[in-house]
Write a protein that binds this ligand. Structure first.
Ligand code: CUA
Length: 337
């Protein structure tokens, strides 16, 4: 019996250790236990506080259970004890007031965190960004600079960030475990998220509300940079997209301009599509297809050849290009810096 109980426990521990091993090997952990913004830190501290209260409750309940079973239980042949507990007023008051106090200790910090994390007025000097969720990618639009990008959100450290969350279709949920969220993104209304990131780094985000076939493929990255790095990124995004003048890229530019791509994608000075991501500075991004693939020529070619195979339900059609046309188009897109 004892052995049987220990073995599953050991197996679970080994599995957990193995899992941590896997997570360590991965580039970006998704964890709420390593907060990198004020919002994530408040939520983390609340979690720890409530877990400690829960542990106290567990200890009291288990102790009472052990005492009831092993110390105060009736032995075989013994007469049942007189039932006096029902009339013990002191005990009644204790087990009513005790849990009520514990609930109060849990609810006070919870309510305080809810209000603290949802300021109605954005802090002064906030960087305001519109976040629009689409099936299945994220559009980021910086209100002041007019910069538009997709699936990669750049933020500076040490400045309050105000995100306006909008949906283009169904309900999604914005979640970057190390920075904050989850907050639902609901069609027809603007939800807000306010945070300040502390530590430069790349943090993985994920849509956290089932939103259709490729919900699991609706990832994104948040690049938190020093104010200087952020300003230089923003300047390069504001500048007209530069293009590598290689012959392949020049051919690719012609293919793009004459293709249905232009109906859905905007490229600075070339096309005005707005259904899919803005591609003006596509070559500067590290990922594509809702953060599912890293941005390499091979992956871009795979994506253009058969989007549906990578992201089921994707609206992007197959173009049916031949090998040379595909290579030229990929060279053009990768050259957009
Ligand atoms: Cu968007 Cu799930």
């Amino acid at each position: 019996m004892r052995r049987g109980a220990v073995l599953p426990g050991a197996t679970a521990l080994a599995a957990t250790a193995a899992c941590f091993g896997c997570a360590k090997g991965r580039e970006l952990p998704m964890t709420t236990l390593a907060p990198k913004s004020d919002l994530a830190e408040w939520i983390y501290h609340l979690f720890i506080q409530i877990t400690l209260w829960d542990a106290l409750i567990l200890a009291i309940v288990v102790t009472a259970f052990i005492l009831a079973v092993f110390v105060f239980s009736t032995r075989v042949g013994e007469a049942a004890p007189p039932s006096s507990a029902a009339s013990d007023l002191g005990l009644e008051v204790a087990w009513t007031v005790g849990p009520a106090l514990i609930l109060l200790m849990i609810s006070i910090p919870t309510v305080r965190t809810i209000f603290r994390s949802q300021p109605r007025i954005p802090p002064t000097g906030s960087l305001v960004i519109n976040v629009t969720a689409h099936q299945w990618w994220w559009e980021f639009s910086y209100q002041d600079s007019g910069v538009e990008t997709a699936d990669e959100l750049h933020l500076p450290t040490g400045r309050p960030i105000r995100l306006h969350l909008l949906s283009n279709d169904v309900i999604h949920s914005f979640w970057v475990p190390q920075l904050g969220g989850k907050r639902d993104v609901v069609p027809g209304q603007v939800n807000e998220l306010t945070l300040e990131a502390f530590v430069p780094g790349t943090y993985l985000g994920q849509c956290a509300e089932f939103c259709g076939l490729s919900h699991a493929n609706m990832k994104f990255r948040v690049m938190v940079e020093t104010p200087g790095q952020f300003a230089s990124w923003e300047r390069s995004e504001q500048a007209a997209s530069s293009q590598n003048p290689s012959p392949a890229a020049a051919e690719g530019a012609k293919i793009f301009a004459n293709s249905p791509c232009t109906t859905c994608h905007r490229i600075d000075g070339v096309s005005k599509g707005y259904i899919g991501p803005d591609l003006s500075h596509f070559g500067t991004r590290t990922t594509l297809a809702g953060g599912v693939l890293s941005n390499t020529p091979v992956n871009v070619a795979k994506w253009i050849t058969d989007p549906e195979a990578i992201k089921p339900g994707a609206q992007m059609p197959r173009l049916g290009l031949n090998g040379e046309q595909l290579n030229d188009l990929v060279a053009y897109l990768e050259s957009l810096k």
